[in-house]
Design a protein around this ligand. Structure first.
Ligand code: UT7
Length: 325
């Protein structure tokens, strides 16, 4: 009998502090930085984002999302045997946010680690969890994307600080006799390290370099549009499916123009596109599981639907997962 993995529950959490474009424009104006709701909506589709209060960490947000996913799956925390947290904004240098979150869940013993693939992190983490389940290393995994990108934003740089938000999403992925995850496709190209990065580090007790996010938006945009179509087609080919089989496309929520462009290239009607970037902004590794959970809870996504999840981001990294929900 074949062994597959299947999502049995989803969850998400947004910190309560919601910042509209207008709120942000006022805050930035006080710093002499000019932006507007019109510019942000027209160029990105973003209308609001959520920011965590100071002291609230990725593992705090991830914990809330994880609890919801466990409830939805009807699984007790103690039955989880693998925790993977996708994050680029971990609580500390080490140990991992996954170990911290494991402790907050009140469990111990199971494998727990972080995956750092920036905005592709959730797709990477889900693929790793699927592989560990298929090889019987794990049976019931928590896969979480959690970020506090507000901590690494340069609020004097209007080309980046209006784009990102904080949040977390989670799924419970369990061994199953039927798929589940049908195919995955992962890539990276380190030649593009510099177009999206936080170049600082810590050394000898000091911050070395700039610890705030830098992005060449145009370069990222151009690369993203190309690779998102490619990876979707490669994943469909591996699964022996076609774009016509996709019920819901859930791309990384960075920019509505990139997302719609991808749907059009795949010849998918725009009503098959799950969109939360308007309310969440770009939450990096959290964006896909946040969008997935929102669409499940609103009743859009139903059991049996075929979903294409797609990530793209710093590294440069990209990839996709096709699954039957
Ligand atoms: O998570 C990883 C994936 N990340 C992404 O997918 C991001 C990809 N890139 C993008 O989404 C877009 O490139 C941006 C939304 C970041 C920028 O949009 P754009 O259409 O490429 O704008 P631009 O950078 O060409 O800027 C156009 C103008 C510039 O003014 P000038 O030089 O034409 O006078 C900017 O200075 O818009 C100006 N501008 C702003 N104006 C008001 C840039 N940011 C702002 C702002 N408010 N926040």
């Amino acid at each position: 009998m074949s062994r597959y993995s299947r999502i049995t529950g989803t969850g998400s959490y947004l910190p309560p502090r919601r910042i509209t474009n207008a709120d942000l424009a006022v805050e930035l104006a006080a710093r002499g930085v000019e932006t507007s709701d019109d510019w942000i909506v027209e160029r990105t589709g973003i209308r609001a984002r959520h920011f965590a209060d100071s002291g609230v960490t990725s593992s705090d947000l991830g914990l809330q999302a994880a609890r919801q996913a466990l409830d939805a799956a009807g699984v007790a925390a103690g039955d989880i045997d693998l925790i993977i947290v996708a994050t680029s904004t971990p609580d500390m240098i080490f140990p991992s946010a996954a170990c911290i979150l494991q402790n907050k869940l009140g469990i111990a013993g199971c494998a727990a680690f972080d995956v750092q693939a920036v905005c592709s992190g959730f797709v990477y983490a889900l693929t790793i969890a699927d592989s560990l389940i298929k090889t019987s290393t794990a049976t019931r995994a928590l896969v979480i994307g959690a970020e506090v990108f507000s901590r690494i934003l340069d609020f004097s740089d209007r080309t980046t600080c209006v784009l990102f938000g904080d949040g977390a999403g989670a799924v419970v992925l369990e061994a199953s006799e039927t798929p589940g995850i049908l195919a995955s496709d992962l890539h990276a190209d380190g030649r593009h390290v510099g177009i999206l990065c936080v170049p600082g580090t810590v050394s000898g007790g000091k911050v070395l370099g700039d610890p705030l996010l830098k992005m060449d938006g145009k370069a990222v945009f151009k690369l993203a549009v190309g690779v998102l179509e490619e990876t979707a087609r490669a994943t469909l080919a591996k699964a022996g499916r076609t774009a016509g089989d996709i019920d819901w496309l859930i791309p990384h929520q960075a920019n509505i123009r990139i997302m719609q462009g991808t749907a059009k290239k795949l010849k998918l009607p725009l009503d098959k596109l799950v969109v939360t970037v308007d309310e969440h902004g770009n939450t990096s590794a959290a964006s896909i599981p946040l969008a997935l959970d929102a669409a499940v809870r609103s009743g859009k996504i139903k059991r049996g639907d075929t979903l294409m999840l797609e990530g793209v981001g710093g590294g440069f990294t990209w990839g996709a997962v096709l699954l039957d929900f």
